[in-house]
Design a binder for this molecule. Sequence first.
Ligand code: HGY
Ligand code: MN
Ligand code: MN
Length: 422
Amino acid sequence: MANQTDRLSINAQRLLGRLRTLGDTGRDGEGRLTRLAASDTEKAGRDLLAGWIAAAGLELAVDRIGNIFGIWREPEQGDAAPVMMGSHIDTVINAGIYDGCYGVLSGLEVIETLREAGIRPARPLVVVAFTNEEGVRYAPDMLGSLAYVGGLPLEQALATPGVDGSVLGEELSRIGYAGERELGFLRPHAYLELHIEQGPVLEREGLPIGAVETVQGISWQRVTIEGTANHAGTTPMSMRQDAGMAAARVMLFLREHATGGNAPTVATVGCLELVPNAINVIPSRATFTVDLRDPDEARLQAAEAALAAFLEHLAATEGFVISTDRLARFEPVPFDQALVGAVEQAAAGRGLRSRRMTSGAGHDAQMLARICPAAMIFVPSQGGISHNPREFTPEAELVAGANVLLDAVREGLRPIRSPSTP
Ligand code: HGY
Ligand code: MN
Ligand code: MN
């Protein structure tokens, strides 16, 4: 095994420079970064990535749902299944620069590093950026990778309506990323995703690497509560059917349910709209989203059932008309134990301590796990902050994570021939 000095490592400045450049793509007049799926700002990010893929000498491919691939395949590899690395470059609203982008750019960096070192892996290597991982504009999240693995029919994926009244397939055509390649045109030998943790665990334990072995379950739904508009001044409290107050009671119910026991259940109401949204009118309608998550499927189902019962109670006792729409539902996903072990070994090989852990966030890897061995590598998030412009990971930790990805991929690839490099 190579010692630390002559061990092959990624080009840190190239990776960090690209992270900054992509991180500056899609900022508004106040400097806020937002690259929602298939938007003009995301197109700018896609164009930048496609340029780097082409400049690296890889085959650039785009599939029917807009997933972007950089493929390194040498003739002697024949039709061997590739090792795939990737994540996403779409962001939430007013985002940080690392979520998703770090994994895509590190995958590209690993490929360029191996090519420049003259190392010819036994398998093709592929880097991918999946469409609409965040799910902010189009639900569900991880839509591009879900469609890729056959979890969502292409026509249904393309017809997905956006929160802004757009349609995903039309937007992909408009920005020039409705590609030709069929979904699933590459069936990976394995998939490895490097990502920031987006939570507090690694930093709290002083660990540089997380070997992710599961992703918790996710339940997204939209709730609509219909009440009765009335005058804010003249209507006695006993005569109101206030949809806004009903929504507030649902939020408090969710908070109590999630914090009541010592379970790791989490509940979030991230979107809320009141109609008619006027200062002196009792809201006739409240529409809001509920994001429930739990690493245990039975507990997640129990949380969904408790919410449904509370909504029924509200309707029965106060006469509200309440409806719900399912937006996303993914059970907890276990990753491939051998691949998780390869991550731990790659970290140890660099003298880096690691721990096995569950991902609180959803990731494309949980979809790829349906068709091939998949696992993830985490690096710490400062203060556990993410989905926030204050998202930050120190450069040394970013570089360490990318080198662990390099070694984990390399371990899995018997070189056909390699020069004197170790
Ligand atoms: O919602 C998530 O966990 C991810 O950021 N899409
Ligand atoms: Mn992400
Ligand atoms: Mn995210």
